[in-house]
Each structure stands twice: as structure tokens, then as C-alpha cells.
Design a protein around this ligand. Structure first.
Ligand SMILES: O=C(O)CCC(=O)C(=O)O
Length: 276
């Protein structure tokens, strides 16, 4: 049986992803994946990677912990990239015949964390042009809707690119420049003008969203429930390396790509179809 035959995705899901820019796929990953990834994430928090970021100022309750590239350090994360249904889900949503793994991003909000994830969309952080870029936001804990990431429905089709900012507020900012960039609108002030998507979500479910879909997240008001989420980023064959002026995030380099190149390389492995 091919991976695709077993996918928990219908044509209606794919059409909704294209229209709305974010969907929740229920029961996409078996409990064994969740157990293995939880262990890897907890190990990573004990011994983080070189790009770790703490977004909670000292003295504030909780912890908003961010790290990257777990697939390079943890066997379970690497296995998820190459062996789980994730690559096939990403490929079908993008309508892609090739799937390249771009990077991963761990976002943990411990109980009591007050820091919001600011409104943003992801593609302006990346040196990538093209439409085939999807993220899979995988919670490793049950997440209530009032803690879940919120998505502005259809914003990936606005044709707008917003300047990227670090999630930690009040510090230095990312200085990526591009003539397309404008400031992120005050989405909270204009809530009545938009439709929002967010879900009560269980481990095994996953949210898939387009790299231009605006999103943000509240803190974690729960006094007892962790909010561990691991987001993996996937590209299709239309994605091309692009030069950017300033600092991209995450700062992944050493790939040797030139503007216009397809992404597949050692740092961004092609996972479907398997090369070599
Ligand atoms: O987990 C969060 O708080 C935000 C997630 C996010 O911004 C992302 O996955 O791009």
C-alpha cells in the first residue's frame, strides 16, 4: 500500500486548504509518533540546539521556548520527516510531485505563559519564493481553542507580504528588507473585518497552513496543561531559493544555493520522491 492510500485527507480537505489557507486534519498521526516526539522535545529542552530562543522575559510566569532543526539532533524527529505520513500530507496539500523538507520549529508554551505569538505570516522570514510552502503544526498536548494558534481565513490569497518580526517583543528586530513588505496590520483592532480559524485539538491531529496565511497565538492561560507544538515546514517543486537583504529566520546557511535554485540539498533534503 502506498503512503498516499492511507492518508487522512479528502479532496474536500485539499480544496478547503486552498481556499482558507489553514485546515485541521484529525487523527493524522498514530500515538506512537506522538510518544516518540514528546520524548525528543523534552530532551531538546534539556539540551537545546544553537538557535534556541527564550521569548519570556525573566520574571514573567511560564516559558515561551523556541528551538529549531530538531530533525538534525533527534532520531524521532528525523524519522518523522522521512517515514511518517507528514511528507505525503504536505505533498498532496501543495499539489506537488516533489517534497523538500525545509526546517522545523519547536514552540512550547508552558502553563501560565502570558506572551502572545504576534500576528505574522511565515514566508517573509524565509529566503524562498514560490507558492508551494506548507507548515504542519503538530501539538504534542491537547490544546484548547483559546490557547490554539488562530489563522486569518483566506489571508494567503491577499497578495500581501508583511515585514517579519522576532516573536520576542521589545528587543532588536529582524531587518529583512524587500520591496513587497508592509507592516502587519493591527489584526486585533480589525477583528470584525476578518474570519478566524482555530480549533480544540488533540495529540495526533495536525493543523496544515500555507506560508502566507496570517496567524498568531495567545499565551497559555492553563495552570496545568503544557502546550508543546512542533511545526515542520515543507516545500514543493515551485519553491526557489531567493536572495534577501538582511537577516532571515531561522538563519540556516551553508547550503550553497544560488538565487533561482530549487531547494533540494543536504540541508533541505528531498523526501518525496526519495532521491538517489
Ligand atoms: O505556536 C505558536 O505559538 C505559533 C506557531 C507559528 O507561528 C508557526 O508555526 O509559524
Amino acid at each position: 500500500m502506498s503512503h498516499e492510500a492511507a492518508l487522512p485527507l479528502t479532496d474536500a480537505d485539499i480544496a478547503r486548504y486552498r481556499d482558507d489557507g489553514a485546515i485541521c486534519i484529525r487523527g493524522a498521526f498514530a500515538p506512537d509518533w506522538i510518544e516518540r516526539l514528546r520524548a525528543a522535545i523534552d530532551a531538546d529542552m534539556q539540551a537545546p540546539g544553537p538557535m534556541v530562543r527564550i521569548n519570556t522575559p525573566q520574571g514573567n510566569p511560564g516559558l515561551f521556548f523556541v528551538d529549531f532543526q530538531l530533525w538534525q539532533r533527534h532520531d524521532a524527529c528525523r524519522a518523522f520527516v522521512f517515514e511518517s505520513p507528514a511528507a505525503d500530507i504536505a505533498g498532496r496539500l501543495m499539489g506537488a510531485s516533489e517534497v523538500v523538507y525545509y526546517h522545523d520549529h519547536l514552540l512550547v508554551k508552558e502553563p501560565g505563559t502570558v506572551e502572545r505569538t504576534p500576528w505574522h505570516h511565515d514566508q517573509p522570514y524565509y529566503p524562498i519564493d514560490g507558492r508551494q510552502i506548507v507548515s504542519l503544526w503538530l501539538p504534542l498536548d491537547a490544546v484548547a481553542r483559546d490557547v490554539c494558534v488562530e489563522y486569518v481565513r483566506g489571508s494567503h490569497r491577499w497578495g500581501r507580504w508583511f515585514a517579519p518580526k522576532f516573536f520576542r517583543q521589545g528587543g532588536v528586530n529582524l531587518q529583512v528588507q524587500d520591496p513587497r513588505f508592509e507592516d502587519v496590520p493591527d489584526i486585533d483592532a480589525e477583528r470584525s473585518q476578518h474570519a478566524f480559524l482555530s480549533w480544540d485539538i488533540e495529540p495526533g491531529d495536525v493543523i496544515a497552513f500555507h506560508a502566507l496565511t496570517l496567524h498568531g497565538a495567545p499565551g497559555n492561560r492553563s495552570s496545568s496543561r503544557r502546550r508543546r507544538a512542533w511545526a515542520t515546514r515543507w516545500c514543493g517543486e515551485d519553491a526557489r531559493y531567493a536572495s534577501r537583504v538582511g537577516q532571515i529566520s531561522p538563519p540556516l546557511d551553508g547550503h550553497g544555493l544560488q538565487p533561482g535554485d530549487k531547494l533540494a540539498c543536504d540541508l533541505f533534503p528531498r523526501v518525496r520522491p526519495i532521491s538517489g
